[in-house]
Design a protein around this ligand. Structure first.
Ligand SMILES: Nc1ncnc2c1ncn2[C@@H]1O[C@H](COP(=O)(O)OP(=O)(O)OP(=O)(O)O)[C@@H](O)[C@H]1O
Length: 339
């Protein structure tokens, strides 16, 4: 089921939370709405669900105008951050709940068979008789997903479903969600403020700021071609350095970077820590190491360029570096934006 939003606006009292958002989610696509807190992600999701009504604009499910279709008739499944499982029902009863209250009548045996299928799908076979308090947080979210899938939704809406879980469990669950999505092919809209989660999981990432879409594309497109300093900074750690652009080239220290389409004059270069290298001799930006931080994948150097400012570099673990060393920061790549 394809979902389309056409110039959707939502205002709470006098505060405009969503400013004319237009968006298409293709049938079977997994799209992440990504943005900082308050950027309007949840409000958009709730309007697609029918839990909130748009002030103006239209939402289509396929070719049908869904604007006035009530929640229960939209055929959407939800999973929210805070486990909304019924504590007094077993896992199996929780999964069966939607089927029991649905307009589509199913017999007891059919429901039991479907619950067993779903328990297998979410890899919780054998746990059907437990209560929510007797399983882990990650398992509870898998039950919540099974419950959402039980009624054969046309659309799956997930609002920070793994937000309350620890990093390793989150990573496992998102890989698992991706597998389930690929198996079932349900159109899915996923809200997160976690860049890594969005990039890891989604076919397409829609980046929001102040109730507006500022960029959308595949993870590769938004990572390689961020269209603004905001997107560049929001997607990951960045260093910023002042630069001067002339004839499509930006100069920082001894280094130059291509700056196609950027007007001559003052500019700012955005550099990821991994875009920089450290060398004791050579050329680039002359600097002194302030601190070395070791982590499992390598080392991060905090350095002070001679001309002022601060830079962070990610280098390979074998690079020899100590606080106080002097050398050069080599710039491998970066994005240049007019100042
Ligand atoms: N029911 C409401 N009444 C008044 N203001 C609201 C209401 N719901 C949301 N807002 C405001 O609308 C803006 C967008 O909120 P929304 O929850 O959509 O953002 P979000 O991007 O999902 O943020 P978060 O990641 O923190 O959940 C916020 O400024 C919020 O305070």
């Amino acid at each position: 089921m394809k979902i389309s939003l056409d110039t959707v606006v939502k205002t709470f009292d006098t505060f405009r939370a969503v400013h004319g958002v237009s968006l298409e989610i293709e049938s079977g696509e997994l799209v992440a709405l990504l943005g900082p807190s308050g950027s309007g992600k949840t409000t958009i999701l709730r309007m697609v669900a029918g839990l909130e009504y748009a002030d103006s604009g239209k939402i289509y499910f396929g070719a049908e105008d869904a604007t006035d279709i009530p929640v229960r008739d939209r055929g959407v499944g939800f999973v929210f951050q805070h486990y909304a499982l019924f504590p007094h029902m077993t896992v199996a009863e929780n999964i069966a709940f939607g089927m029991k209250v649905s307009k589509v009548k199913r017999g007891k045996q059919e429901i039991a068979a479907r619950v067993a299928d779903l328990l297998r799908l979410v890899k919780l076979d054998g746990l059907g008789e437990r209560f929510p308090s007797q399983i882990s947080g990650g398992q509870r979210q898998r039950v919540a997903l099974a419950r959402a899938l039980a009624v054969d939704p046309k659309v799956l809406l997930l609002d920070e479903p793994f937000g309350a879980l620890d990093a390793n469990v989150r990573r496992d669950l998102r890989r698992w969600l991706r597998e389930i999505h690929d198996e079932l092919g349900i159109t899915t809209l996923f809200v997160t403020h976690d860049q890594e989660e969005a990039l890891d999981l989604a076919d397409r990432v829609v980046i929001l700021k102040d109730g507006k879409i500022v960029q959308q594309g595949t993870p590769e497109e938004v990572c390689r071609e961020p269209n603004s300093p905001f997107v560049m900074s929001f997607l990951g750690d960045t260093n910023r350095l002042p630069a001067t652009v002339a004839n499509g080239e930006a100069r920082i220290g001894d280094a130059t970077l291509p700056a196609p389409g950027v007007a001559d004059g003052r500019a700012e270069v955005f550099l990821r820590p991994g875009d920089l290298d450290w060398a004791v001799e050579g050329s680039g930006v002359a600097a002194k190491i302030l601190r070395v931080i070791d982590h499992p994948g390598g080392r991060r150097l905090l350095v002070a360029p001679k001309d002022g400012g601060a830079l962070e570099l990610d280098v390979a673990p074998e690079i020899r570096a100590r606080a106080g060393d002097e050398g050069y920061v080599a710039v491998r790549r970066g994005r240049v934006f007019a100042a």
